[in-house]
Design a protein. Structure first.
Length: 235
């Protein structure tokens, strides 16, 4: 039997993010569905008043996990233009698409042709007009530079051994002055022989060396083991 929603309220800190409360007392993150009636990854659709929301699963989205783990600052709001590196099949980009809305834009880069096709089917073919799909390799931003205008945020979630460097290289091309970067550190993809805490420090220092001020860092357990989210601003 399905559990009824009893309230949906705006998140206390983050514009475009909502908290849905259910009759059993549980609460879930949600975003307002930009394409009503359509799901992206099997998420629950929540109807409250005349508005439809999509439940945001923190076990499927590292950004949702970071928010639940106390992230203090998310530089994404209505109208934000973002470069998303490692779009995969579109789970987190779909919720970002909800947040930035019709005035926003998400340049979404994915390396795997198979996963890219899935991304196209789930987001672009389903009417998310604020998503620009790019089949490309995030290590070589010059290859897709002609597609992208300046962005407010560069977000990276890829399994590479030099994640902070790849993020900074892309930001050099595309990030506007005063813009922000969001780095998902996957410690086991960088060095399985090191403690995750050492790898986190290494990647954070790499960002600082490239001229970024780190604003916030949160670990993602229990949703993702040996992962952290870093928010930084170009100084």
């Amino acid at each position: 039997m399905s559990i009824e929603v009893v309230d949906v309220r705006p998140h206390e800190r983050f514009a475009g993010v909502y908290v849905a409360k259910f009759e059993d007392g549980s609460e879930r993150l949600a975003t307002r569905n930009l394409t009503p009636g359509r799901r992206v990854y099997g998420e629950r659709l929540i109807k409250w008043g005349d508005v439809e929301y999509r439940e945001w699963n923190p076990y499927r989205s590292k950004l949702a996990a970071a928010i639940l783990n106390g992230l203090k600052y998310v530089p994404i709001q209505e109208g934000t233009h973002m470069l998303y590196l490692g779009a995969a099949s579109g789970t987190t980009p779909s919720h970002v698409s909800d947040i930035v809305g019709e005035r926003g834009l998400i340049y979404s880069v994915e390396f795997s042709p198979r996963v890219f096709r899935e991304f196209m089917e789930k987001l672009v073919d389903q009417g998310r007009r604020n998503v620009v799909p790019i089949l490309g390799d995030a290590r070589f931003p010059f290859q897709y530079a002609h597609y992208i205008k300046g962005v407010d945020v560069v977000y990276i979630d890829i399994a590479q051994p030099v994640q902070a460097k790849i993020l900074a290289d892309n930001a050099d091309y595309f990030l506007k002055k005063g813009g922000h970067v969001m780095l998902v550190i996957k410690a086991m993809s960088i060095d399985v022989t090191k403690e995750p805490s050492e790898t986190f420090k290494q990647e954070i220092n790499a960002l600082k060396e490239r001229g970024y001020e780190v604003l916030d860092t949160v670990h993602l357990e229990p949703y993702d083991v040996a992962h952290a989210m870093v928010i930084a601003r170009r100084v």
